[in-house]
Design a protein around this ligand. Structure first.
Ligand SMILES: C[S@@+](CC[C@H](N)C(=O)[O-])C[C@H]1O[C@@H](n2cnc3c(N)ncnc32)[C@H](O)[C@@H]1O
Length: 295
């Protein structure tokens, strides 16, 4: 079967958001990011990336769809520099086993000494006390390879009390709710405002033999309160819903806020201050930060 290989120049930090655009709008079977180191005009060392997208049909209305998605991201606070140039090359390829080709790129992600994310087609024997999360990378946001997800898993490992009730707002693939249960939470609730992810979350929980609750919902509609909250959403959304997130925290509960580019952190710190939450620690990975707060 022929397939289409699309190459698009992106900021590597946007890999998962860009992947999501292709999975949601086109017949996309997988993505691979290639990063190249380069010095930008200010001579700051940075990177640029090319996202290779494997499509099983010709991407109809490609330019219009990308234009709309770019405008939406700009409304959400991303600058042209944050997004990358989005230059495109599109080639039709013949008779290659593309699904095998993109799978070759993926390996086990050792997030910490205790947490490994394992692609579902690989066999892995965990070390003593290590937990594994089995997922299909490249298929939805939250495949464990993105810095923002890893920062949340690190915060869960460090700050979530054993037996905690956990809420994961913006659950994506359900990875953080699944991780929480594997790290010893007594219950995990995940919600997302995207209706297409809920079934994927449920399948992922089954694949990992854990029980979590997933539903289409947002923090403002929740009435229950939790011992630990995860919210890996864009910085401006976090700032907007900080009051709703605080409302679902029990007294003294902790929360990890992630999805924050270092240069956008002040927007989130201001919202934390506005809601009188106490900052416990700020975690860093590359250009991303996550903030752990307490009620
Ligand atoms: C960056 S992904 C995080 C996925 C996963 N939790 C992880 O850590 O890898 C953000 C998710 O939040 C969802 N989202 C965005 N705004 C939201 C809101 N206001 N309430 C609930 N979910 C939201 C998106 O649909 C997306 O699935």
């Amino acid at each position: 079967m022929n397939y289409f290989e699309l190459k698009i120049s992106i900021n590597p930090d946007m890999e998962d958001i860009m992947s999501d655009i292709f999975f949601s709008n086109f017949d996309c079977e997988g993505v691979i990011l290639a990063e190249e180191a380069y010095k930008d005009l200010e001579m700051t060392s940075t990177t640029r990336g090319t996202l290779k997208v494997f499509l099983t049909s010709f991407p109809q209305n490609l330019n219009e769809i990308l234009h709309t998605e770019r405008e939406l991201l700009k409304e959400r606070g991303f600058s042209d520099k944050d997004l990358g140039s989005w230059e495109i090359e599109l080639d039709e390829k013949e008779n290659q086993d593309w699904s095998k080709k993109w799978k070759e790129k993926w390996d086990i992600t050792h997030v910490t000494d205790r947490i490994a994310v394992v692609p579902s087609w690989l066999n892995y024997t965990p070390k003593e006390n290590e937990i594994t999360i089995t997922l299909d990378p490249g298929c939805a946001f939250g495949t464990g390879t993105h810095q923002t997800t890893q920062l949340c898993m690190k915060a869960l490992e460090k700050y979530m009390p054993q037996g905690a009730s956990v809420a994961d707002i913006g659950t994506g693939s359900g990875i953080l709710a699944i991780c929480a249960i594997k790290l010893g939470a007594s219950s995990a609730y995940g919600c997302d405002n995207d209706p297409t992810v809920i079934d994927v979350c449920k399948e992922n929980a089954e694949k990992n033999h854990v029980v979590c609750t997933f539903e289409l919902n947002t923090a403002d509609k929740l009435t229950q309160k939790y011992d630990f909250v995860c919210a890996n959403i864009l910085h401006n959304v976090l700032a907007e819903i900080m009051g709703d997130l605080k409302n679902i925290m029990k007294p003294n509960a902790k929360m990890v806020l992630s999805g924050i580019l270092d240069e956008k952190k002040d927007i989130v710190y201001e919202a934390i201050k506005r809601e009188h939450l106490k900052v416990i620690e700020t975690l860093h990975q590359d250009q991303w930060i996550a903030i752990v707060v307490q009620n």
